[in-house]
Design a protein around this ligand. Structure first.
Ligand SMILES: NC(=O)c1ccc[n+]([C@@H]2O[C@H](COP(=O)([O-])OP(=O)(O)OC[C@H]3O[C@@H](n4cnc5c(N)ncnc54)[C@H](OP(=O)(O)O)[C@@H]3O)[C@@H](O)[C@H]2O)c1
Length: 297
């Protein structure tokens, strides 16, 4: 069966389910049903997508589809999948997908035992609302995990969503997700860290963020153009021992609770600087000693 002309069911009428349903309908797929825990959510998603039956009867919604997206919260995916497969709700030969970055494809094993193909199709993107998702999904990478026949079908879906593909080997899911979370969440946390230091220097939070945004964008542009570690600049990369010493001293005086964090990030940054080869070994050793005095481990 070609999945290109298939009927799709969405189970879990939240941000991702609604956005993926909408975009796949736009690209020619037929959305036959939207199932959710609450009828209100299913109905809202159906009205937005403009097609399909809205219901809380997940088994009936899944039974009518060739492709079933389980886009519930992570905690519910396995239980919802087992509930549907226990009621013979998946057509043999159909494709069952979840979109979680944190969970392996094996949480869909209940569907596999019922004769379905299973795959994980994780949009590597931050999707806070349906509107943002519609703007951001096109051009995003999708991490695929599954066997060869399910990957073939998943690739058609990614193409229809205007996405790009990143396939990972079985077993790598948790580290893959940790990497994505580190980049996205720790970037936000690092910006928060910088704002806190600025606030202690008397700079208003809003003014500080406005002033830092061009720096953040410039840094991201450098990362895109030069990669890691070549995009690294700053006192550690240059081997400016006294500047690092002054940073540590002023943080210790004003925000001692953040000293360990600065030192740990600095130690990781020093590793990148050595990889880049932008400081000599004597300066590196001095900076290492300074930072490690304040590292916990
Ligand atoms: N948002 C992101 O940035 C993002 C990015 C990549 C991947 N993902 C993944 O995409 C999936 C969905 O995330 P989301 O952000 O769309 O979450 P969400 O907006 O919270 O939506 C999840 C929906 O699942 C439904 N649900 C929860 N438990 C259910 C159950 N037992 N039976 C039926 N429906 C149930 C809820 O529906 P009711 O309203 O009916 O209770 C809720 O609307 C997750 O696996 C997440 O990890 C999210």
């Amino acid at each position: 069966m070609s999945f290109r002309t298939s009927n799709i069911a969405i189970i879990g009428a939240g941000v991702v389910g609604t956005a993926i349903g909408y975009l796949l309908k736009q690209s020619g797929y037929s959305i036959t049903g939207i199932g959710s825990r609450l009828m209100e959510s299913a109905g809202k998603a159906r009205d937005f997508i403009g097609q399909g039956e809205a219901s809380t009867d997940l088994v009936r919604i899944a039974r009518n589809a060739d492709i079933v997206f389980i886009t519930t919260s992570d905690d519910a995916i396995e239980q919802v999948c087992n509930h549907i497969s226990g009621q013979r709700g998946f057509k043999p030969g159909s494709l069952v997908a979840h979109t979680s970055g944190a969970l392996p494809v094996e949480v869909l094993d209940g569907a596999k035992q019922a004769g379905a193909l299973t795959v994980c199709i994780h949009p590597l993107q931050s999707l806070p609302s349906v509107q943002e998702a519609l703007r951001n999904i096109s051009g995003s990478y999708f991490c695929l995990e599954g066997d060869s026949s399910s990957l073939k079908a998943a690739r058609e879906l990614v193409k229809a969503l205007n996405g790009l593909e990143l396939t990972i080997a079985p077993g790598g899911k948790s580290l893959y997700h940790a990497g994505a979370a580190a980049v996205s969440n720790f970037l936000v946390a690092t910006i928060g860290f910088g704002l806190q230091l600025h606030e202690a220097a008397g700079i208003n939070r809003r003014d500080s963020l406005n002033a830092l945004l061009p720096l953040i964008r410039g840094t991201l542009k450098n990362v895109g153009q030069l990669g890691i570690p070549d995009a690294l600049t700053g006192p550690i990369a240059r081997g400016d021992v006294h500047t690092v010493q002054n940073h540590l001293h002023s943080i210790e005086q004003n925000l001692p609770e953040l000293l360990g964090l600065y030192a740990e990030l600095g130690r990781y940054t020093l590793g990148l600087a050595l990889e880049k080869g932008s400081l000599d070994s004597e300066a590196a050793q001095k900076i290492r000693i300074l930072l490690e005095q304040h590292c916990k481990g």
